[in-house]
Design a protein around this ligand. Structure first.
Ligand code: MN
Length: 228
């Protein structure tokens, strides 16, 4: 039985979440994390306008979307009513995927020359060289993977503990083609909303620019953690 969710999201619920206020009541909900750099910091590779919009509007929409489903679930449980579980869970997966991938994305970026750009070092560099032969080969494969994502999605570098292989994956939307349990070491958002203001429809140009702002230290830390 499918029930309608008219008024499913209580009025005013979003306001404290949007401002990122942490209260006891909100702790079971997501909130938008702050960036560790200024909105201007990634220019010219990502402009202030593009980054601000992406963070404040798009990332926020996934926070709100996931929280709205949490609220629907809470309400239905409290009132002991039925939900369209297929629709709710599908939507939840999409928004949680979007929320988490954006967190990872902001963290694995840094201003060019100030933590961003260059090449990986240490254990990560060794693993990439071992798998791909050399860094340039990895870069080429990752770039091709990112550019060829069908529609909206992501390219990511993950790691398979079983085989010891660093793996490139292509995620459609925020949640399709995700290998369960694989940690996201490096992610790149190739939704048009990520680059359209700066690059119009030229995704390849955006992917090319991305290499100048990759925070390899963060990627290496994630790798070391996964290897432990
Ligand atoms: Mn995005």
């Amino acid at each position: 039985m499918v029930h309608s969710h008219a008024g499913g999201v209580p009025a005013g619920t979003g306001s404290s979440l949007v401002s990122g206020e942490k209260t006891m009541e909100d702790s079971r909900f997501y909130s938008l994390p702050e960036l560790s750099y200024e909105y201007t910091a990634l220019a010219p590779y990502i402009s202030e306008e593009q980054l601000k919009l992406h963070h404040q509007k798009h990332h926020q929409a996934y926070v709100n979307g996931a929280n709205a489903i949490f609220e629907k679930l809470d309400k239905a449980r409290k009132e002991n009513t039925d939900l369209d579980m297929k629709a709710a869970l599908k939507e939840l997966s999409f928004h949680i995927g979007g929320f988490r991938l954006h967190n990872r994305f902001w963290e694995n970026l840094a201003p060019a020359g100030k933590g961003g750009g260059g090449a990986p070092k240490g254990g990560l560099a060794k693993a990439i060289d071992g798998e791909f032969g050399k860094f340039d080969r990895f870069k080429k494969e990752f770039t091709q993977g990112a550019v060829s994502v069908e529609g909206s999605g992501w390219a990511a570098l993950t790691y398979c503990r079983k085989t010891g292989r660093p793996l490139i994956v292509q995620i459609e939307k925020h949640n399709v083609n995700v290998a369960p349990g694989f940690d996201m070491l490096l992610v790149l958002d190739v939704w048009e909303h990520a680059y359209y203001l700066d690059y119009k429809n030229d995704r390849a140009k955006f992917v090319d620019a991305f290499w100048n702002i990759v925070n390899w230290d963060v990627v290496a830390q994630r790798f070391d953690k996964v290897k432990k």
